[in-house]
Design a protein around this ligand. Structure first.
Ligand SMILES: [Zn+2]
Length: 76
């Protein structure tokens, strides 16, 4: 499942074999509603896809799910 991390966070540690090495920029970034999934971070998030999701992306898929615990909403 895709995860969101800020641009300073880099690839999630421990996921090198299951996640793509290239992050994706969500629509509207850095003013999108996607926020970094790290517990105390409020920075705009980039999207890291699993290798399976990356394959789907390369074949045209553009909608991916994030785990519920990593979803935050920044209200301005
Ligand atoms: Zn962060």
């Amino acid at each position: 499942m895709a995860i969101a991390r800020c641009s300073g966070g880099g690839m999630p540690i421990g996921h090198k074999n299951t996640y793509s090495t290239r992050p994706h920029i969500p629509i509207g970034w850095p003013n999108s509603a996607v926020i970094c999934g790290r517990e105390s971070c409020r920075k705009p998030g980039l999207i890291w896809l699993t290798l399976e999701e990356e394959y789907a992306y390369d074949n045209g898929e553009r909608i991916f799910e994030l785990p519920t615990r990593s979803i935050k909403v920044l209200v301005k």
